[in-house]
Ligand binder design. Structure first.
Ligand SMILES: [Zn+2]
Length: 641
C-alpha cells in the first residue's frame, strides 16, 4: 500500500515539477496535518500573550472545549514521550493520580508539581533548547526574517518572565475543574488573539524540528524501503499514515498489527515527500464515505508509467465530476453518492485498488482497516452479485425499488441493542466488508446469530414492520454472499431432497434446499404468517404491531419441539376464523409430511430453527399465492384482503 501511495506521489511531484517551478519543499510545508497528533484531551487551556510596546505581555489563561476543526491551530505534535520536547510548545497535562485520603491542599500541591514539571520540560525547554537555537540558525542562513527571529525571542522572554504566574494560573484552573476532568488538558498558546497554528513561523519550526529528528535518527547508507536504494538520510519513522486499533488489539487487517509496524520501516527523504504528496492527493480526490467511516481508494498500476497514471486518474476524476453534475448515474454498493466503484469494475486487471478505511479523530484520521489489491474483475463480481440479488428479490416481492448495498449488512451490524447510543458492532461490519472485497468465506452460523438477534429484538419491541424488513434484508444478504460464492455453510446440506409442490419457491432459497425439516419449518412459518395477517387485519387501530398469536413464537427462540407443537395450534386458530381453506390445507399437509420425513433429531440449532421459521413468515404471501394457484382455490376470501 505504502509503495502505491509513494508511486502516485512521485508521479504527481514529477508532473508538477515539469509544469511549475514549485519546489517539493514548498509542498512539504503545506501538508502539516499528517504531522499533528490527535487531541484526546477534554479541555484546552490557552496561555494568552499580547504584544505591547515593551514586548509581549502575559494576560492569563483561557479555557476552551477542544474542537476537531481547530486541531491545526492548536498545533500539537508529540515528540518523544517522557522528558523530551514536542515539535511545538503545545503539550499535554495529564490529570495527576490522587489518593482518596489526600487533603485538598495535597491535591493542589500534586497538581502544581505536575504542571511545573511539564511546563519546564515541554514549554520552557522547547523555547530554550529548540526554538531559540533554530531561530538563530535559520536567521543566520537568511532562511527566516529578523522580524520572525525577534518574534520568537520576545515570546520566549515573556514565557520566562511570567513563569510563576502561568504555572499558578494553569494549576488553579485544573484544581477548580479537577472533579470534571477525565483524562488530560492540552496546553497551547494564543498570541494576539491568534492560535500558534495560525503563525507560519510556528508551523515552519514544527517541520524543521521533525526534519532534524528524522535526520538524527536516520542511518547513513541504509536501504530505503520504498525506492530500494541506498540513500543518505533514511529515516526510521513514517508519519504519513497512522494505524489504529478499533476495539481489540491486532484488529487492523492486512499485515499490520499496530502502529509499531512502521517503526522499522526506513524511508528516504524524497520518498517521504512522495508519500505526503500522494496522501494529500488521495484525501482531496479519492476519499469516499462508507457509513460511519471514510475510505481512501489507492490505485496501484501494474505498469506505472506516467501515461497510465494520467489516464486512470483522469477517468476517476471525470467520473466524479460527471456524477456531481448529474450527467452520469452509477450503480452503488455503499452510501456515498459519489461512489465510483462501478466505473472501476469496468477496468481490466492491470490496475488494482487498496481501500484504507478510517475513523475521523481529533486532528487526524486513523486507519482501522486496510484491504489491499482488490482487482476490477472482483469488483465486477460484486456488482454482478448485487444485480442478481436485486433482480431476484424485486421479482419475488413484486417490488421494483429493492436496491442491495452494504446498508443491508450494516442493518445487522451496527448496534447490538436498540438502546445503545453508539454502534458497537463496527468491527464485525468491517470484517464482513473485508471478506466481500477479498473473497473470503463468511460463516453462515455467525451471520445467523446476528440475524436472529435483530429479529428477536423486533418481536420483543412489537415491531411487525422491522421484523419483515429485517427478514428480507437477511435473505438478500445470503443470496448476495451465495452468489459471490463466499457463504460458508455447515457442510451437511446433503441427503435426499424431498420434492414438494412449493419447490419453485423453496429451492430458490440459498441455504435450505435439501434437509426436509428445513422446508417443513419454512412452510409452518408461512402458515403462521397467513394467520398473523388475518389477526392483524382485525387490529386496524394499531398497524405495525404484532398480532396476539405472536406470543406463541417465544420471542423467536424456537426449537424443534416448538415447531411440531405450533403447526396444530395454527391449524386450530385458522379453523376458528373459518379461514382454513384448500390452499392453506395444502401448505399445512405438505409441512406436516416434511416434518414426518425428517430424521428424529433435526440437528438444527435454535438460531437455525428460528431463522428458517422467520423466512417462512416472510415468504408467507408468496407461498399462499402459489398454494391458491395449485388448488384452484380462487374463491377463498379472507378478512385480510
Ligand atoms: Zn526512497
Amino acid at each position: 500500500m505504502i509503495e502505491a501511495v509513494a508511486e502516485l506521489g512521485k508521479f504527481l511531484v514529477e508532473g508538477k515539477s515539469k509544469t511549475s517551478s514549485k519546489t517539493c519543499d514548498g509542498d512539504f510545508s503545506n501538508n502539516i496535518s499528517s504531522f499533528l497528533t490527535p487531541v484526546e484531551s477534554d479541555k484546552v487551556l490557552l496561555i494568552c500573550l499580547e504584544q505591547k510596546q515593551s514586548g509581549f505581555e502575559y494576560c492569563g489563561v483561557e479555557p476552551q472545549n477542544p474542537l476537531e476543526s481547530r486541531a491545526q491551530f492548536y498545533l500539537f505534535s508529540q515528540g518523544a514521550k517522557g522528558g523530551g520536547t514536542n515539535f511545538s510548545p503545545a503539550c499535554i497535562l495529564t490529570k495527576p493520580k490522587t489518593k482518596r485520603d489526600m487533603t485538598q491542599d495535597e491535591v493542589k500541591q500534586a497538581i502544581r508539581e505536575n504542571v511545573e514539571n511539564v511546563f519546564e520540560k515541554k514549554v520552557e525547554n522547547w523555547f530554550s533548547n529548540k526554538a531559540l537555537p533554530l531561530a538563530k540558525k535559520l536567521s543566520k542562513q537568511g532562511d527566516i526574517s529578523d522580524k520572525d527571529a525577534l518574534f520568537i525571542q520576545s515570546i520566549s522572554q515573556a514565557v520566562e518572565n511570567n513563569r510563576e504566574k502561568i504555572i499558578n494560573h494553569v494549576s488553579d484552573h485544573i484544581f477548580s475543574e479537577f472533579e470534571k476532568l477525565k483524562s488530560s488538558v492540552l496546553l497551547t498558546f494564543l498570541i494576539d488573539g491568534k492560535y500558534i497554528g495560525e503563525y507560519e513561523i510556528f508551523k515552519r519550526f514544527l517541520l524543521e524540528l521533525i526534519k532534524e529528528k528524522a535526520e538524527k535518527s536516520s542511518s547513513q547508507d541504509k536501504t530505503c524501503c520504498i525506492c530500494k536504494q541506498k540513500r543518505e538520510n533514511v529515516s526510521g519513522t513514517v508519519n504519513v499514515f497512522k494505524f489504529y486499533t478499533i476495539d481489540k488489539p491486532g484488529f487492523i487487517k492486512g499485515g499490520f498489527s499496530s502502529e509499531n509496524a512502521w517503526k522499522n520501516f526506513p524511508v528516504c527523504s524524497s520518498c517521504q515527500i512522495h508519500l505526503s504528496e500522494g496522501r494529500k492527493f488521495l484525501e482531496q480526490n479519492l476519499q469516499f464515505k462508507f457509513y460511519n467511516f471514510k475510505y481512501l481508494l489507492i490505485p496501484k498500476l501494474l505498469f506505472s508509467t506516467s501515461a497510465a497514471y494520467s489516464e486512470v486518474l483522469n477517468i476517476l476524476q471525470n467520473t466524479q465530476k460527471e456524477i456531481r453534475l448529474g450527467e452520469k448515474t452509477l450503480d452503488k454498493i455503499t452510501d456515498d453518492e459519489n461512489e465510483i466503484l462501478e466505473t472501476l469494475s469496468t477496468f481490466n486487471d492491470s490496475i488494482s485498488v487498496t481501500f484504507l478505511f478510517m475513523v475521523p479523530q481529533m486532528g487526524a484520521e486513523r486507519i482501522v482497516l486496510m484491504i489491499e489489491d482488490v482487482f476490477p474483475s472482483h469488483l465486477k463480481n460484486i456488482f454482478d452479485a448485487k444485480r442478481h440479488t436485486e433482480k431476484k428479490f424485486r421479482k419475488l416481492f413484486d417490488n421494483p425499488d429493492i436496491v442491495f448495498t452494504f446498508q443491508q449488512i450494516k442493518h445487522f451490524f451496527s448496534k447490538s441493542n436498540r438502546l445503545r447510543k453508539k454502534s458497537d458492532l463496527d468491527s464485525y461490519f468491517l470484517e464482513i466488508t473485508e471478506s466481500i472485497f477479498k473473497k473470503k468465506p463468511i460463516d453462515f452460523q455467525f451471520l445467523l446469530t446476528h440475524f436472529c438477534r435483530r429479529l428477536q429484538d423486533s418481536i420483543a419491541n412489537n415491531d411487525f414492520f422491522d421484523f419483515y424488513n429485517s427478514c428480507s434484508y437477511a435473505m438478500q444478504i445470503l443470496e448476495f454472499l451465495n452468489s459471490l460464492k463466499i457463504l460458508k455453510l455447515k457442510g451437511d446440506e446433503c441427503g435426499m431432497s424431498v420434492e414438494t409442490p412449493f419447490d419453485e419457491i423453496l429451492n430458490e432459497f440459498p441455504v435450505a434446499s435439501k434437509n426436509p425439516a428445513v422446508k417443513g419449518i419454512i412452510l409452518v412459518g408461512a402458515l403462521c404468517d397467513m394467520l398473523l395477517r388475518i389477526q392483524s387485519a382485525g387490529l386496524k387501530k394499531a398497524p405495525g404491531r404484532m398480532p396476539p398469536f405472536a406470543k406463541n413464537l417465544k420471542g423467536l427462540r424456537l426449537k424443534q419441539a416448538d415447531i411440531i407443537s405450533l403447526l396444530p395450534k395454527i391449524e386450530n386458530k385458522l379453523m376458528e376464523y373459518s379461514a382454513f381453506g384448500k390452499a392453506k390445507k395444502l401448505v399445512a399437509a405438505t409441512a406436516s409430511e416434511l416434518l414426518l420425513k425428517a430424521p428424529a433429531d433435526w440437528k438444527l440449532s435454535s438460531d437455525e430453527v428460528s431463522f428458517y421459521f422467520a423466512c417462512g413468515m416472510n415468504l408467507g404471501q408468496k407461498i399462499r399465492d402459489l398454494a391458491k394457484k395449485l388448488t384452484n382455490d380462487l374463491d377463498e376470501t379472507e378478512a385480510e384482503e
